[in-house]
Design a protein. Structure first.
Length: 95
């Protein structure tokens, strides 16, 4: 049985036009920041699809990324704070 918070989150997801996999990705990043490879293992989706979901969430400003110091270009992805998401929702509701 779902709790009240999950029901509210599902309503927001429908309103904000998030795919179920995008929601799962966001929830994973709420727990801890991850790289593409870490996300790929936790999500069990192809890297190509994962990059599509990440691009969508970056565009919608649900997640952010930082460059990691490495021999090659590498990003750490993390969920945007809940306050930022609420601001996004408020601005969309005003439109």
């Amino acid at each position: 049985m779902k709790n009240k918070t999950e029901n509210i989150l599902e309503e927001l997801v429908r309103y904000l036009d998030l795919a179920p996999k995008e929601l799962k990705l966001y929830k994973s990043l709420l727990k801890r920041p991850m790289t593409i490879k870490q996300l790929e293992k936790s999500m069990t989706v192809s890297e190509r699809m994962l990059r599509t979901y990440i691009d969508d969430l970056l565009t919608k400003r649900f997640i952010k990324r930082k460059i990691i110091a490495s021999n090659r270009l590498k990003y750490m992805y993390y969920a945007s704070p809940a306050t930022d998401i609420l601001r996004l929702i408020k601005t969309r509701l005003r439109i």
